[in-house]
Ligand binder design. Structure first.
Ligand code: PLP
Length: 238
């Protein structure tokens, strides 16, 4: 087996064990393989192992790989910060965006999705990014701003609001249970209102803390390093 085969199998095993440990079904959790800085060849190795969901942070790098791979069965998730001048290409080439943190970006994505697509093209799936630990260095809206942004986004015709995403602070002494649980509470409080018909996604947990995220309700875990190895940022675009 190649390294990627082995590592992918091991991450999938971690996901099912974490799910079972808290009484969840492993198939409630989607593995998003974070492929930033990885070549199209590397991604193809994971595709050969039936990996379908890929996450990218840098637009130009992602567009190049999407064009090389030309595989309509793959599902591309944009998980990086979004500048206004990138919204057209993101709306055109991605299936999901996890990092909505302001209305203007959501409006632009909806407009471009509507303008570019033929009438049978589905809405763009989006999550609101929450800055759950109120860190200066991180994007995302505060917990108290999520509901009003969600209500406005849900009126945009070419977006489908799916839920919330967060990158909690990494703690030196272990996984950030408290932040993941706050996300879980926020996610369920909004779900309970019943305003949003497709509210089913809690995107959180990475290589180091996916078990903890699953325990606190994650439905998508975003894993790079533990599938593909350490990243080499010298190969990065942009
Ligand atoms: C890079 C990245 C990941 C993956 O992190 P690993 O620690 O390599 O698993 C997950 N989410 C986001 C938003 C990222 O930018």
């Amino acid at each position: 087996m190649s390294d990627i085969q082995k590592q992918l199998a091991s991450v999938k095993k971690r996901i099912s064990e974490a799910a079972q440990a808290c009484g969840r079904k492993p198939d409630e959790i989607t593995l998003l393989a974070v492929s930033k800085t990885r070549s199209a060849t590397t991604i193809a190795e994971a595709v050969a192992e039936s990996q379908q969901h890929f996450g990218e942070n840098y637009l130009q790098e992602a567009l190049d790989k999407i064009a090389i791979l030309q595989n309509p069965t793959l599902i591309w998730h944009f998980i990086g910060p979004i500048q206004s001048n990138k919204t057209r290409a993101i709306a055109q080439h991605f299936h999901w965006v996890h990092t909505i943190d302001r209305l203007k970006i959501a409006e632009r994505l909806s407009n471009h999705r509507g303008a570019n697509s033929s009438s049978d093209s589905p809405p763009l799936n989006v999550c609101i990014q929450v800055n759950i630990d109120n860190e200066q260095s991180k994007s995302g809206v505060g917990s108290d701003e999520v509901l009003s942004l969600a209500l406005t986004i849900s009126n945009l015709p070419h977006l489908r609001l799916r839920g919330l995403m967060a990158i909690p602070q990494a703690l030196a002494d272990g996984a950030n249970h408290e932040a993941f649980e706050r996300m879980n509470q926020l996610f369920h409080a909004i779900k309970a209102r019943g305003d949003f018909s497709h509210w089913d996604t809690l995107s959180m947990g990475m290589s180091a803390d996916l078990e903890c995220a699953i325990q606190h309700g994650a439905t998508i875990v975003r894993v790079g390093t533990d599938i593909f190895g350490q990243r080499d940022y010298s190969t990065q675009f942009e």
